[in-house]
Design a protein around this ligand. Structure first.
Ligand code: ADP
Length: 256
């Protein structure tokens, strides 16, 4: 079995802007699903900034070729979470990927057709910000395997939300259902007194969801430990104990 034949549900993770935590939220959703016993794939199509290998602590691992295609990199021996990213295929992780549209399209076509995902409950697709070549290519490639829908990640600020509207319009144009909106970096919960401080304006994601008649999936607070965990490649291991695991599991229950 190759490609998406054994994949039950495909969910895209989108954001209007970079830096709002789309890849982080993709990794959190994948880890939470795997912790719930699902077989999960995470396909990173952010070709110019592939960050999933680093986030999930598998940077530097090799993708192997089997008779069924490329074997994804698994985060642990349970093989519940497999990852595929251009990051595994670059000879040097610091090389810039300066590709024109057709090359990006060809890479995405190959990711869709040639990865031996096997049987999966969920395939999450982490996309680049905005609506670029990669988005057009993936929408095209998924025509025969229509996705369950897209989850939109935003921060609470208005500038990020304006970009989200473009993302919503893209989904509507290509016929991808929108599963809901997640507001990331929404308040900072003090690790000492547990009081939540709104560092930025608040509630924008929820207002946008209401305005566009979309489901609001939840808020992910700023977790000061997150960046350290990722830099030390401990995120996947520590996630289960992190307060974000509870938040993410609650969000999943709202859209799956
Ligand atoms: P994007 O994929 O939207 O470009 P990333 O997921 O790469 O964004 O996140 C950008 C940075 O913000 C990373 O350093 C990540 O660790 C950090 N970050 C994301 N979400 C949170 C959060 N909820 N709390 C703290 N840091 C976060």
């Amino acid at each position: 079995m190759s490609g998406l034949d054994g994949v039950r549900r495909i969910v895209l993770v989108l954001s209007g802007k970079g830096g709002v935590g789309k890849s982080t939220v993709s990794a959190e959703l994948a880890l939470a699903l795997a912790a719930a016993g699902c077989r999960v794939g995470l396909l990173d199509i952010d070709l110019t900034g592939p960050s999933q290998p680093q986030m999930l602590g598998v940077a530097g691992k090799q993708v192997h070729q089997s008779s069924a295609g490329w074997v994804p990199v698994y985060t642990d021996d349970t093989k519940r979470l497999g990852v595929m990213s251009l990051g595994f295929l670059l000879p040097n992780k610091d090389d810039a990927v300066i590709w024109r549209g057709p090359k990006k399209t060809a890479m995405i076509k190959q990711f869709v057709a040639d990865v031996a995902w096997g049987e999966l409950d969920y395939l999450l697709i982490d996309t680049p910000p905005g609506t670029s070549d990669e988005h057009i290519a993936i929408a095209e490639q998924l025509k025969t395997h229509p996705p369950e829908g897209a989850v939109i990640v935003t921060t609470p600020q208005a500038v990020s939300l304006a970009d989200v509207r473009k993302e919503l319009s893209f989904c509507r144009k290509v016929g991808i259902p929108i599963l809901g909106v997640i507001e990331n970096m929404s308040g900072f919960v003090c690790p000492h007194c547990e009081e939540c401080t709104e560092l930025f304006s608040t509630g924008g994601g929820e207002r946008l969801a209401a305005e566009q008649s979309l489901a609001f999936l939840g808020r992910v607070p700023i977790d000061p430990n997150l960046t350290t965990l990722m830099e030390t490649a401990c995120f996947a291991e520590q996630f289960k104990q992190s307060p974000l695991a509870g938040v993410t599991t609650m969000m999943l229950a709202r859209f799956l």
